[in-house]
Structure formats: C-alpha cells, structure tokens
Write a protein of this length. Structure first.
Length: 357
C-alpha cells in the first residue's frame, strides 16, 4: 500500500494540469469538435491530415528550441526557409540539378546562413533579436534576387515528388522527418552533457562560462542548427507546394514562436523542449483544422495563435513565480558556483529565464 502511494506521489506531478495542460486542452478540443462536427472531425483522415499539414510548421518551431534554450533569438528562420525554398526550386528547375545534389546544396546554404548569424551575434556582440532581424531583411533581398518576386515551378514537382509521395499509412515523409528531429533533440537536450551545457547557458551565461562551458560555441552551434532546420523545412515546403514561392517563409514565424513558448510550459516546467513543442504544434493544428471545418472566418486561427503566445508567456511567468515562492530555484551563489552537471540533479535541467529578454 505504501509502495503504491509512493509511486502515485512520483507520478502525480507529471500528470498535473500545470505540467501537461496542453494535452488536457487537446483532449477537450477533440471532444468539443467531435460533438460539434461529428464524424466529419473524429476520424483517422482528420488525424492524418493534422499530422501531414503541420509537419513543416513543427520543423519551424523546432528550429527555435535550441537557440531559445541557450537564450538566443533567431528571427530570421522564416526568411531562411524562404531562401531554401526558392533556391531549391531554382536549382532543380531552371538550373537542371538533380534533386539530391540540389537538396544538399540548399542545406549547406542553411548552414552558411546560421554561421553568418553566429558571426554577427557572437563575434560582433550584437543582440540576437536585432541581429537576426537584420539578417532576415538581407535574406528577403536574396529571395527577390533569385525569384524576381515570382514563383518558380518549372520541373519542381517532377524532381521532388518522392518527398511527398512516400507514405506510410497515409502519413507523409515530412511527418517522419519532423519526428526524427524531435527524437534527436529530445535525446541531446535531455540526456547529454551538451544538453546540460545548453540549458546552463540559458540560465546564466556568466555562471556557465565560469563552470567551463564554451558559451560562444554553444550559442553559435544553436544558430547554425536553427538555420539548418529552417532550411530543411524550406526543402519540404517546396516539395509539398511543387514550387518555390518568395512569400512562403515569414507566415510560419508567429506560429513557431507560439508553439515553442507553449511547449516550454509542458513536461519540463519552463524549459524549451522539443516534445512540448511538438504537442503544442498538434494542439494549434487541431484548432485550425476544427475551425476550418466549422467554417469560421479566415482570420480566426491567427487570433488564436496570438492568444496562445500571450497565454504561454503569462503561464511561464506564473510557473516561475510559483517556484520562487516554493523556494525550488537555486540561489545565485549556488548557480554560479555549480557546474552544469552539478546544477542538474536527477537529470533535471536548470530553467532558462523565459521572460528575461
């Protein structure tokens, strides 16, 4: 009996509303939309559509997880995605490259964009919020140069069809790619010394530096990972659309931030994490799909995304205040004197301040 009680005491906090509220809200939404639209909503086809339609949005949100975890913003991901999309279309279309070569070149360009962002932010000591906003503007110019502000569709569908035609149980390849990225990020951030260093950097850069963490290397790598992931999303969106559009990237930015901040309130209580981000994307996708079936005005999902972002920031602040009142956060002296490994007992990561920036 005592063993059962102890087991429940360990499990109960993980099942609390404050820890997995997105899952409870998602279940409630499924019930509401099912009662509202019946079998038109509650079906395997709906489940597949939500996954397929939101795989690219998931990748864009995942592109923000690592930078934000070490307290670096990347506002250029929408434009990075746009550059990757039109570059890939230009390479496989007018330039006649085979698909594999064009994809590799596109991803390498994503790496180069991330390296430029890292140089501007880390080497020149420019605030990441401003720096990546500026590089995003430059990338928009690159998009216009490549496309002359026109979509590129010549030969794109033919050469990239395999990326969208490959299916398993009607679930497309982009979903499995997004799932693979979630798994890799989950393992690295949650179960390796590198992940502990990332979170330690997000908690306190100076303390992490004194503990031996190579803060600049961590933040530079985060920006490169961000841009490369966004470029991968650009590759997939080009395959899905069958063209490279000069306007495809920026609309993903707000949903990505909404998902990643909402995801930070899930599972890890204040830590930016890939699993919470993926759940948040599914939640947002479910709402958008359900509202579309209900025939609501087209602007409604955008209002919901904005409210989710505001709500996630507010919830993150409340969670932080609750931990302060409960004296669960380490004091400044302990944070500065402990190493990343020492600040992480029982595999719990230190919390990056979500609202400090």
């Amino acid at each position: 009996m005592n063993e059962t009680k102890r087991r429940w005491e360990r499990i109960a906090p993980r099942l609390s509303f404050s820890n997995i509220s997105a899952i409870y809200v998602l279940l409630a939404l499924v019930v509401i939309f099912t009662l509202w639209k019946g079998e038109l909503f509650f079906s395997y086809a709906t489940f597949v559509s939500i996954l397929n339609d939101n795989a690219i949005a998931c990748l864009m949100a995942l592109a923000l997880v690592v930078p934000l975890a070490c307290k670096v913003f990347d506002l250029s991901i929408g434009y990075t995605m746009g550059v990757a999309s039109v570059l890939l279309a230009w390479l496989v279309g007018p330039k006649g490259f085979d698909a594999a070569t064009a994809i590799v070149i596109t991803l390498l360009v994503g790496v180069a964009i991330g390296a430029v962002n890292a140089a501007v932010v880390i080497l020149w000591s420019i605030d990441s919020f401003i720096a990546t906003l500026a590089t995003g503007s430059i990338l928009q110019a690159v998009i216009i140069i490549i496309t002359d502000n026109q979509s590129i569709s010549e030969g794109v569908s033919t050469k990239l069809n395999g990326l969208v035609s490959t299916r398993l149980a009607d679930i497309t390849l982009p979903v499995f790619i997004a799932l693979a990225v979630v798994i890799v990020m989950w393992y690295v951030l949650g179960h390796t010394a590198v992940g502990r260093s990332v979170y330690a950097t997000g908690l306190n850069e100076e303390a992490a530096r004194l503990a031996g963490v190579r803060v600049k290397v961590i933040q530079s790598a985060a920006l490169i990972i961000s841009a490369t992931t966004a470029a991968l999303a650009g590759v997939l969106v080009t395959a899905v659309l069958g063209s490279g559009s000069p306007t495809v990237g920026p609309p993903y930015l707000i949903p990505a931030f909404a998902a990643v901040f909402l995801g930070a309130t899930q599972f890890r209580g204040g830590l930016f994490n890939p699993v919470g981000t993926a759940v948040a994307i599914i939640l947002l996708g479910t709402v958008s799909y359900g509202l579309a079936l209900a025939g609501v005005p087209l602007w409604t999902p955008y209002v919901f995304q904005g409210l989710v972002l505001i709500g996630a920031l507010a919830l993150g602040g409340l969670q932080k205040k609750a931990r302060v009142r409960a004296n669960t956060e380490p004091d400044d002296h302990d944070s500065q004197s402990a190493s990343p490994d020492e600040t992480n007992t029982h595999n719990e990561q230190p919390e990056p301040a979500l609202l400090d920036r």
